[in-house]
Design a protein around this ligand. Structure first.
Ligand code: SAH
Ligand code: TYD
Ligand code: ZN
Length: 408
C-alpha cells in the first residue's frame, strides 16, 4: 500500500486512469525526439485512510512538469483575469491596514494576479519556477523569483523582504506533493497575524460533475475541507474560512491562519457537515467516479466513431492539461479528432502529449467551421461559447463530456 505524502498514513487506491503522459508536455514535431521518447507514468488516485487527503499514488518529479518552457498561461482567459482582479480587491482590503504591506504569490505564472495586486499599489513578489511565464510577468514590471516555493526559498524571501501579510496561491498548492515543506515555508515567511489563502479544484465538485479529467499529473492533491483542515493543523495552522468558487469547474478557497489567531468562520463547519453528509471523504463516493469515467469513455468513443462514419467533421477546442487525461484514457487520436484549437502561442504548432493531436490557432476553427467541436476547455464554456457564437449559429454543435456526454 502507498503512504500518504502528508501524514504517512495508508493510501487506498480508488481509481486507475492508466498510463498517461505529462499533461503539459506538448511535442514539437520539428525537433528530433529525445533518446527516451515521451515520458509516461501511471495515473492513479487514492485517499489516505488517516488524514483523508485524496492524492495521486505516483508523483512525477517536479522539474519534469514545471520547467522553463512550461506552456500554461493564466492570462489566456479574460474571465480568469477578472476573477483575479476581484480577488485582489477583496483580499487586499484586509491587508492594507498596516504600513508597507507585503504580499507573496506562490505560482504566479505570467502575472495575472500580481498585476492586480500591483495596480492596488501593494508591494508584492511572485514565486514560480516556470521561467518563460515569469519573464512575461517581469516584462510587465512585476517582481518574480524564478524558483519553487518551499521552506528554503521562503526563508530567503523572509530574510530579504521581511514578513508577508498575505501569501496567496491559485491552482498551485494542490500541485505540490511536498506540502510539509510549503507549510514550513509559510510558517517562516508569514507575519504573526498574516493569512495564507489558496484556491484549488474542490473534490466535491469533481465528484458531483464526474470531472475525472481534473486528475492529471500536475493535480497531486484533491482538497476537501476535512483534509485541508487536518493538514493545516498538522503544521501549526488552522483553516479559518472556506468559500466555494465557480471558476475552473468548481474550486474551494481556503483561508489559513496561525493556530489560535482567528476564530474559524461558520462556513468551515457548514461545509464540513455537508461533506460528511455526502460521504465526500469515504471510498464509495469516490469509486463512483471510476464508473462515471468508464461510461464517459464509452459514450464519447461511440459518438465520435458514429460521427466519423457519417462523414461529419469534428475538431477539439482547448488544448487543456485536462484533455490529456480524456484523450489518453479514451485512446482518442487524430483519426477521431484531427486537430485541436488553442489560443496559447506556446502550444500552437505542437502535438498534444500522448494523443498527438496537432494544436492550431483559434483562426483554424472557422476555416471552415466543423460540424462538431469537443470542448476540452469545458471550464471556460461560457467564455468560449460567447466568443464562438458564429459556430453555433452556423449549425455547429459543442460536444461536452462533463458530467456526461451531451451536445449543446
Ligand atoms: N496561479 C496561476 C497559475 C496556475 S498553474 C493560475 O491560477 O492561473 C501552476 C503554476 O504553479 C505554474 O506556473 C507552475 O510553474 C507553478 N508551480 C509549481 N510548483 C510550484 C512551487 N513549488 N512554487 C511556486 N510555483 C510552483
Ligand atoms: P485551463 O482549462 O484553464 O487549464 P488546464 O490546462 O489546467 O486544464 O486551460 C484552458 C486552455 O484553453 C488554455 O490552453 C487556453 C485555451 N483557451 C482558448 O483556446 N480560448 C479561450 O477563449 C480560453 C478561455 C482558453
Ligand atoms: Zn494522510
Amino acid at each position: 500500500m502507498k503512504r500518504c505524502r502528508i501524514c504517512d498514513g495508508p493510501v487506498r487506491e480508488t481509481l486507475d486512469l492508466g498510463r498517461q503522459p505529462l499533461s503539459d508536455a506538448f511535442i514539437d514535431p520539428t525537433a528530433p525526439p529525445g533518446p527516451d521518447g515521451e515520458f509516461f507514468f501511471r495515473l492513479g488516485v487514492g485517499a489516505c485512510e488517516s488524514c483523508t487527503m485524496v492524492q495521486l499514488v505516483e508523483a512525477v518529479p517536479r522539474e519534469r512538469m514545471f520547467h522553463h518552457d512550461y506552456p500554461y498561461r493564466s492570462s489566456r482567459s479574460d474571465r480568469m483575469r477578472e476573477h483575479f482582479e476581484r480577488t485582489a480587491r477583496t483580499l487586499l482590503d484586509g491587508v492594507r491596514a498596516g504600513p508597507d504591506p507585503f504580499v507573496v504569490e506562490i505560482g504566479c505564472n505570467d502575472g495575472a494576479m500580481l498585476a492586480a495586486i500591483d495596480t492596488a499599489g501593494v508591494r508584492s513578489l511572485g514565486v514560480d519556477p516556470s521561467g518563460r511565464a515569469a519573464a512575461v510577468a517581469a516584462r510587465n514590471g512585476l517582481r518574480v523569483r524564478t524558483d519553487f516555493f518551499e521552506e528554503s526559498s521562503a526563508a530567503s524571501i523572509r530574510a530579504a523582504e521581511g514578513p508577508a501579510d498575505l501569501i496567496y496561491s491559485a491552482n498551485t498548492i494542490s500541485h505540490i506533493p511536498y506540502l510539509g515543506s510549503v507549510f514550513r515555508g509559510v510558517d517562516r515567511l508569514l507575519a504573526p497575524d498574516g493569512l495564507f489563502v489558496f484556491e484549488d479544484p474542490y473534490l466535491g465538485d469533481i465528484l458531483d460533475r464526474s470531472a475525472f479529467d481534473q486528475i492529471i499529473d500536475e493535480h497531486f492533491y484533491f482538497f476537501t475541507v476535512r483534509s485541508v483542515r487536518a493538514t493545516a493543523r498538522r503544521f501549526g495552522f488552522e483553516l479559518v474560512d472556506v468559500e466555494r468558487l465557480p471558476v475552473h469547474g468548481g474550486e474551494i478557497r481556503c483561508t489559513v491562519a496561525r493556530a489560535g489567531r482567528r476564530p474559524p468562520a461558520p462556513a468551515v463547519a457548514a461545509l464540513l457537515a455537508r461533506e460528511d453528509a455526502l460521504g465526500r471523504t469515504s471510498g464509495p463516493a469516490f469509486r463512483g467516479l471510476a464508473t462515471a469515467a468508464r461510461r464517459i469513455r464509452d459514450d464519447l468513443l461511440t459518438l465520435l466513431r458514429t460521427l466519423r462514419a457519417d462523414g461529419r467533421r469534428v475538431v477539439g477546442y482547448g488544448a487543456t492539461a485536462k484533455s490529456a487525461t480524456v484523450l489518453n484514457y479514451c485512446g482518442i487520436g487524430p483519426g477521431l479528432v484531427p486537430f485541436v484549437c488553442d489560443s496559447t502561442p506556446e502550444k500552437q504548432g505542437r502535438l498534444t502529449p500522448g494523443s498527438h493531436l496537432p494544436v492550431r490557432p483559434p483562426a483554424a476553427f472557422s476555416d471552415p467551421y466543423p460540424d462538431y467541436a469537443v470542448l476540452f476547455a469545458w471550464n471556460h464554456a461560457q467564455e468560449i461559447m460567447m466568443k464562438e457564437q458564429a459556430f453555433h449559429a452556423a449549425g455547429g454543435r459543442w460536444i461536452l463530456y462533463v458530467p456526461d456526454v451531451h451536445l449543446v
